[in-house]
Design a protein around this ligand. Structure first.
Ligand code: ZN
Length: 691
């Protein structure tokens, strides 16, 4: 599962796909890193269309051992070698289109000062950002703002030796591409989940060919063994096609579909095996190679189990066909790789909080009979990303919880990680964002957010995960919340975890255990949470809609309940200034008390399975939006021209060679998004145009 992000004040709120589980790790080997910050690192790189391109830093890379650096380098190459796969998975003609765009962008001989050329440049960058012609978030085809004639013209005026002309000429290429790029009706959406249509036929991705949804579903219901408690993830690593009246799975493996790229991935993984940090990691990588060679999904499960057991390594990697969001029926995995190193310091904070889980539970404002006698904090880790590829780049998750196989999660556990340096880069941008200035009540809020917002956000996330979801118990004889609270279960579960975090983020205890310097961190978090819950998250909702998503409902519920119940003491105030609405926290201690009261009530609802109270609470506070306020917020936000989507330029690992021996690995931080995209296009260009 991927965890997505939203941007608000200095801090960032995390949308969690589910309650996260994690593994208890051996923290004994933690060492403090000697960090030397020499020059300021420029996070912001470029802004175009609805996108902003950022950079992230890999602090601590230099302090890795040579063996770890070599390992990272081999895994880095293994990640990059899969780049062509994601393009082809997303759309059958993406590789042809990308190669054409790369050739034009790098060798067009005409005038590069015209508006049309600028439009082409933006278009090219959008395609690279989305790994194809469909928008990475909306799934809709990205429409060029230049004309078909202009496209033909620039195509004819670039170095034709770089164009993908296999089996055709320039006119043939123009003829092939023009309708695909310019006709909004052809292959309009990469994934179309609309109700009442054939979602497989309507989706432009390259996961199925010549098949209807009924045929695909019939095929899988025939092969799936419903009584098997440990089923493989059918369809995860293949394209399903109709050939001569038969349904055929074209498996992505060495010797199968995408073989040329997968062979390269395997080549680098095999090198990585020779420098693995320990036996568990070696086994895990060996099983990954075995799976890439066999294409057998049982081998993938074996690998996933071994990967979950590899918890003591400093370097970790996700490499494979993982997330299934790109497939309308959620079977086929998109290629991705996330290469990382464990952030020892940040992981220590999580461990410190987890170690105090019982202290927090004992002093929680929930009713005594709903407390756990023995609570075990969940341990997760914070990683420093070294590089991302495939579906995880340039747009990235901020949290990952894998593997996706349910029975493996239950029987063998899972890894829950947050991408610390990615979050850090987002925080740098959010702190400078005009959004903060526009919506914050006064400058003290802005200053506090700049100073403590990032830390507050991290602590909130840590406590939400580690002690929030882990807290409380259900009364004997009461069913699980999905049964008792039904459609409100998720929203109230997220509210409960948030409230535990909110209650303790303004507690001296966090200062005493050394994870925050002062209660001002808690104040920053309260400012942020209330502002977000009452005002800022409305920027993501269309006028006239109400709140649907569980996390958004939860945040409004918590904020507006506290506003309502604190009215008589003026705990939170809605202030009007120059026709604009602001929200102001007047009494932080009282607000904390209100959070405690609501936590107690929501825990009661969960413990007793009180559906009636759940309904009243969520429907009263978590769903409806004041249309007048909503309109005002949307108008203010639009004027700010903030890029809704962000992604990253990747760091580059460069080996230092002595003969054929690697003596060191240097990390470089490229600054030009287009240059990186063109370089990748030249270097990791392994697949034929049509696969
Ligand atoms: Zn959660």
């Amino acid at each position: 599962m991927k965890v997505k992000s939203i941007f608000f004040l200095g801090a960032m709120l995390v949308i969690l796909a589910s309650a996260c589980s994690g593994n208890k790790k051996n923290e004994a080997d933690q060492t403090k890193l000697a960090e030397v910050d020499t020059m300021p690192f420029e996070v912001e790189a470029e802004r175009f269309a609805d996108l902003q391109v950022l950079r992230y830093q890999v602090k601590g890379f230099e302090s890795l051992s040579l063996q770890q650096k070599q390992l990272a380098y081999y895994l880095y190459e293994a990640a990059m070698c899969g780049r062509d796969i994601i393009y082809d998975q997303k759309y059958k003609y993406n590789l042809t289109i990308r190669k054409t765009i790369d050739a034009i962008y790098s060798t067009y001989k005409g005038d590069k000062t015209t508006d049309d050329w600028k439009k082409f440049e933006v278009y090219a960058k959008c395609i690279w950002f989305s790994n194809g012609i469909h928008h990475h978030y909306s799934n809709k085809k990205i429409m060029p703002e230049f004309t078909q004639e202009y496209f033909a013209n620039i195509l004819k005026n670039c170095d034709s030796s770089l164009l993908p002309l296999e089996g055709t000429d320039i006119d043939g290429l123009i003829k092939t591409l023009t309708p695909k790029l310019f006709d909004p009706k052809i292959d309009a959406k990469i994934v179309d989940q609309s109700a009442g249509i054939d979602n497989i036929v309507a989706s432009a991705n390259n996961f199925y060919e010549g098949l209807t949804q009924n045929e695909v579903e019939a095929y899988y219901s025939k092969i799936a063994d419903k009584n098997n408690p440990t089923p493989v993830m059918y369809g995860l690593n293949s394209k399903l096609v109709e050939e001569n009246g038969k349904i055929v799975e074209k498996t992505w493996k060495v010797g199968g579909m995408y073989s040329k790229a997968i062979e390269k991935i395997v080549f680098w993984l095999e090198k990585a095996i020779t420098v693995a940090e320990n036996a568990e990691q070696k086994t895990s990588l060996e099983k990954l190679v075995k799976y890439y060679k066999s294409g057998d999904l049982k081998d993938f499960d074996d690998y996933s189990i071994a990967w979950v057991k590899d918890i003591n390594s400093r370097i970790d990697v996700v490499n494979g066909f993982i997330e299934v969001y790109g497939d309308a029926i959620g079977k086929r995995g998109s290629f991705e790789s996330v290469l990382s190193m464990k952030d020892m310091e940040a992981t220590k904070t999580i461990a410190t909080i987890a170690a105090e889980a019982q202290w927090f539970e004992d002093r929680s404002p929930i009713a005594a009979e709903h407390k756990k006698k023995e609570v075990k904090g969940i341990t997760a880790k914070v990683i420093t990303v070294i590089a991302e590829a495939g579906d995880a780049a340039p747009s990235t998750p901020i949290g990952i919880n894998l593997p996706n196989s349910n029975w493996i999660r239950e029987q063998h556990g899972s890894k829950s990680v947050s991408l610390g340096n990615i979050v850090e880069s987002y925080n740098v941008v959010s702190a400078k964002s005009p959004t903060l200035k526009e919506f914050a009540h006064d400058v003290s809020v802005v200053e506090r957010a700049k100073k403590y917002g990032a830390l507050a956000g991290n602590l909130h996330t840590d406590m939400h995960e580690v002690i929030g979801h882990a807290s409380g118990k259900i009364n004997e004889g009461v069913s699980t919340p999905d049964v008792t609270l039904k459609n409100y279960a998720n929203c109230l579960e997220e509210a409960r975890a948030d409230l535990v975090a909110l209650y303790y983020v303004y507690d001296q205890k966090l200062i005493d255990i050394g994870v925050m310097p002062s209660l001002e961190v808690g104040m920053a978090e309260y400012d942020n949470y209330i502002l977000n819950g009452l005002i800022m998250q409305l920027t993501r909702i269309k006028l006239g809609d109400h709140l649907e998503e569980a996390h958004m409902r939860n945040r409004q519920l918590v904020a507006s309940w506290a506003y309502d119940k604190g009215k008589k003491d003026n705990v939170i105030e809605m202030v009007k200034k120059d026709g604009k609405t602001y929200v102001k926290v007047n009494d932080y201690a009282k607000l904390r008390d209100l959070f405690g009261q609501l936590l107690k009530e929501i825990q009661r609802i969960k413990s007793e399975g009180d559906y009636k109270a759940a309904t009243a609470l969520v429907e009263t506070y978590g769903v409806k939006i004041d249309p007048v306020l909503h309109k005002e917020i949307l108008e203010r936000f639009e004027k700010l021209n903030v890029a809704p989507y962000k992604g990253f330029i990747q760091p580059k690992l460069v080996p230092v060679m002595d003969g054929d021996k690697i003596t060191d690995v240097k990390i470089e931080y490229p600054t030009q998004f287009s240059e990186q995209m063109l370089e990748y296009g030249r270097k990791y260009n392994y697949l034929p145009l049509i696969n």
